[in-house]
Design a protein around this ligand. Structure first.
Ligand code: C2E
Ligand code: MG
Ligand code: MG
Ligand code: MG
Length: 281
């Protein structure tokens, strides 16, 4: 009986490995197709971020979406990591950059000259040719690099600390603002934070989603705010889903907030409509 149990466990285990392997293969194949296809399966959505001192829109975060004809909706948390491992991230990021620049200039023409945050992976930050093209493209559209925030996750940063410092310095030399994304989940030490050339901390949404109810989360967020203040860093809280969380953050002096309570990430046409009716102006 024990042997039978073990073999069924093994069967399930290998089934699981095989299905994950097949899913990965599907994603790589379909993503390659999407990147060269004329019909755009890829798109960008934009989530507003507000300044809690003035209650006005501070900027937008650009987030990629993939609606695959074959696989349906595939979340970026699933396909970005696979794109990195499969050597496809440069093409994905190039696509993101070009789309974001066009959309940002459309927004400016519509009377909304907002700053924009883009998520980059380590491989992008190390890719000086890609960053050079990004910079040139901004100039071509008469946009300022100081209006662009680069978000890099804390876990990417802790993976290679010396390299991270050099690369972040290079970004800031080009005028980009740099934010540590998902702060609190990447296990960086406080000593490390002191040495990191960054401008902004984004508190991970896992500490913010239940802020109105969880005393522990309230203590964590409070501590991060004090820490950021002593290092002169700006703080964004992501994942603000209710009014109580928003007013707590504002009371505690958090600078910026982002989350479904303010707005979901929106496609450009919906964002333009949102701007017309938002109280945050
Ligand atoms: P992130 O950069 O930390 O982005 C925040 C995520 O939280 C987004 O998920 C956003 O839709 C979601 N979010 C925002 N407000 C709320 C809220 O109030 N409640 C909840 N539950 N969620 C909220 P999304 O768009 O699925 O992106 C997931 C991650 O994928 C991003 O996390 C980022 O790391 C990565 N990603 C997204 N777009 C890109 C991209 O263009 N390039 C790269 N390299 N990574 C990207
Ligand atoms: Mg982000
Ligand atoms: Mg985040
Ligand atoms: Mg994240």
């Amino acid at each position: 009986d024990a042997a039978k149990n073990e073999s069924s466990w093994l069967a399930r285990y290998s089934d699981n490995i095989e299905s994950r392997y097949l899913r990965r293969l599907d994603i790589i194949t379909e993503l390659k197709r999407a990147l060269i296809s004329e019909q755009s399966e890829l798109s960008m959505v934009y989530q507003p971020k507000i300044d809690l001192r003035s209650n006005t829109v501070k900027g937008l975060e650009a987030l990629i979406r993939w609606n695959s004809k074959e696989l349906g909706f595939v979340p970026p948390d699933e396909f970005i990591g696979i794109a990195e491992q499969a050597g496809l991230i440069e093409i994905v990021t190039e696509w993101v950059i070009n789309q974001v620049i066009v959309d940002t200039s459309t927004l400016r023409e519509a009377g909304h000259p907002v700053s924009i945050a883009i998520n980059l992976s380590t491989q992008d930050v190390e890719n000086s040719a890609l960053l050079g093209r990004f910079f040139e493209k901004l100039e071509q559209f008469e946009l300022n690099s100081s209006d662009v925030q680069i978000e890099v996750t804390e876990s990417d940063l802790v993976a290679d600390q010396n390299l991270a410092i050099q690369n972040l310095d290079a970004l800031r030399e080009r005028g980009f603002k740099v934010a540590i994304d998902d702060f609190g989940t990447g296990y960086s030490s406080l000593a490390y934070l002191k040495d990191l050339p960054v401008d902004v901390i984004k508190i991970d949404k896992s500490f913010v989603l239940n802020l109105s109810k969880s005393i522990e989360d309230q203590q964590i967020v409070n501590t991060v705010l004090k820490l950021a203040d002593s290092f002169n860093l700006e703080v964004v809280a992501e994942g603000v889903e209710d009014e109580v969380a928003l007013s707590l953050l504002s009371e505690w002096g958090c600078h910026y907030a982002q989350g479904y309570f303010i707005s979901r990430p929106l496609p450009l046409p919906d964002l333009l409509k949102w701007f017309e009716q938002t109280p945050y102006c």
